[in-house]
Design a protein around this ligand. Structure first.
Ligand SMILES: Nc1ncnc2c1ncn2[C@@H]1O[C@H](COP(=O)(O)OP(=O)(O)OP(=O)(O)O)[C@@H](O)[C@H]1O
Length: 134
């Protein structure tokens, strides 16, 4: 039988392969990186809270950026850890700096995410608490 599907040109194949590699990277993070999994769960809880508490469109944009920022930082952290481990298994001050700085960057992003979460959900949760308990 003759296939009617249009042949995929080289640049499209390369683009599709790039997406495949990128999704493989996300899959690796989700399967193997415990901190990434924790951030995914927290992000999902924040999204569920956003739905339940009916946050505004601007707040959805801020929440998306916040979750994306933390997940991206965690991804870069894992990538840096892998490159450092590839470069050396010996203890080295520069390897330590690379890993500590990468981990510190994730911590900064996570702290900012907590502050944003408190400002976004805190007043609503407090109101809800008052309504349910008073
Ligand atoms: N090659 C090394 N040389 C010097 N210090 C290192 C080296 N590898 C790791 N360390 C130190 O140990 C810490 C933990 O490193 P490790 O590779 O175990 O990452 P981790 O933060 O535990 O991440 P994960 O749990 O995802 O593996 C680093 O932050 C760094 O201070």
């Amino acid at each position: 039988m003759i296939s009617m599907a249009a042949p995929i040109d080289r640049s499209t194949r390369r683009l599709l392969a790039a997406f495949r590699y990128a999704f493989a990277g996300i899959g690796y993070l989700a399967r193997t990186q415990r901190n990434f999994q924790i951030h995914l769960i927290i992000g999902s809880i924040a999204i569920a809270l956003g739905v339940v508490l009916r946050i505004t469109r601007v707040e959805w944009m801020i929440l998306s950026l916040t979750i994306g920022m933390v997940l991206a930082a965690e991804g870069f952290n894992s990538a840096i850890e892998a490159v450092v481990d590839l470069a050396t298994r010996e203890r080295h001050p520069l390897a330590q700096i690379a890993k500590d700085v990468a981990a510190g960057t994730v911590l900064i992003c996570a702290c900012i995410a907590v502050v944003i979460g408190i400002f976004m959900f805190g007043p609503r949760l407090w109101m809800l608490w008052l309504i349910l308990t008073v």
